[in-house]
Design a protein around this ligand. Structure first.
Ligand SMILES: [Zn+2]
Length: 239
């Protein structure tokens, strides 16, 4: 672990507890565990080499999703999906429809056949915004929470400090705004989250501005901190 990450852990401590999915109506949200973000070499934003944190995320999410489905609990998976040629600044082209990058990783592809799994394609970072129908204003996440009367939502996925964080922060605001009256709790399962690693020296060596620096240990921690500071519950075990 880097000195910066150690300093962050000291300055911004995190508290984790365990989560009981049977305690009340609970749904699982899986954020963007698609090939383009989580399969080695699958695209511009995929891990360039095997990554232990990404592998752990996939393994933990598969186990969690199987437990939820077996118990009859709803699962919603976001799939980052873009119309080819339509950019999503500031990112390079990724997860274009038809490329395969926009599909669930092979370990989670079984979810496509599950009746209690809802797949939501989105073309922006924030899954809550991406779940909004631009014509009707209906929101697929709010409809899912309200339809199942969920009191708790557990979130996993990639990247901790980008798509996971934006979704969780917005879900908390949407809850507080009264869009999902049953929803009491938003929890984040840390072993089911991952982010990418682009240390400052590597960013510069690739010709990127130094502000593109994204050291994994620091950004993963920061993402967890901001979600917790806005009211999300951090968990490291699920019963
Ligand atoms: Zn995208």
């Amino acid at each position: 672990m880097s000195d910066a990450a150690a300093m962050l852990r000291d300055a911004l401590p995190l508290r984790f507890d365990s989560f009981d999915a049977a305690a009340r109506p609970t749904g699982l949200v899986i954020v963007d565990i698609v090939n383009g973000f989580a399969t080695v070499g699958a695209g511009a934003l995929a891990p360039p080499a095997p990554d232990q944190q990404v592998a752990r995320m996939v393994r933990e999410t598969d186990a969690l999703a199987r437990a939820f489905i077996a118990a009859g609990r709803p699962v919603l998976a976001f799939l980052d999906s873009h119309v080819p040629g339509k950019p999503e600044p500031p990112y390079p082209p990724h997860c274009e429809i038809g490329s395969g990058e926009e599909q669930l990783v092979p370990e989670l592809a079984w979810l496509e056949a599950e009746a209690t799994a809802t797949l939501v394609r989105k073309d922006c970072i924030n899954g809550f915004v991406g779940a909004m129908d631009v014509n009707t204003g209906r929101n697929a996440v709010a409809d899912w929470v309200n339809g199942f009367g969920l009191e708790s939502v557990l979130v996993v996925g990639i990247c901790t400090d980008i798509c996971v964080m934006d979704f969780v922060l917005t879900l908390l605001s949407a809850r507080n705004h009264g869009l999902m009256p049953s929803l009491a709790e938003v929890a984040v399962f840390e072993p089911g989250c991952a982010t990418y690693d682009l240390p400052r020296a590597l960013a510069v060596s690739l010709g990127l501005p130094e502000t593109a620096a994204h050291p994994k240990a620091v950004t993963h921690h920061a993402g967890l901190y901001f979600m917790a500071s806005r009211g999300a519950r951090l968990v490291d075990a699920v019963a």
